[in-house]
Design a protein around this ligand. Sequence first.
Ligand code: FES
Length: 226
Amino acid sequence: MSVTDPQPPAPDPHTPAPDPRADAAQEALRDRIAADSLTTRRDYLRIVATVSGGLAVGGVAVASGILHRHGDSDAAPDVKKIADRIEPGESLAFRYPGDEDRAIAVRMDDGTLAGYSAVCTHLACAVLWRKERGSEGELYCPCHEGIFDARTGEVTAGPPPRGLPKVILVEEVDGSVWAIGTARSGESLVEGFCRQNGDDRPGCPGFGAGGPAAPARKTAERSERT
Ligand code: FES
């Protein structure tokens, strides 16, 4: 490090030191569930509610890049359990990756589980789940009739300029649902996960080059069946 490089901040004596065991547990959990599901898991949905007074400001801020959008971070967010179970036809609002990042998970009737940012990519209105629309429901923005495909998050109608960022969700063997990362608009779940966690992770293109493929696990099998 040269003398002109920025120096790391001095540790705050009042801030607890990071717990290496907690970090290790997060890493282990992330690898374990990623190995399960990246090659087999399906998409999700997310909803964000923006209060009326904040719509214009929020829209401009999102459009101009002042506010971050879901999936923008290159750092891996924490793994977070969002539900003990989500049954077919159910949706669940949750926050991820941050406490202010509202989201929705939806399980479609064929068992597909999907998660998206719920901030409309047009002017940041709340995107809602309409289960009764179409053959398997849709994501709908009431502000200007924007509609997103439930399986891909891509725009199917209205003015949104791009699809919804995704929340990477996985399901464990006990039915619990976990958020493990995000993907940008137009980015696949695998691409988002590998960007945030490193290309050498299980399920990523650089993992075990020349070695055995990441094993398919029971979680993925269960997700396929449900
Ligand atoms: Fe969603 Fe305009 S803010 S369609």
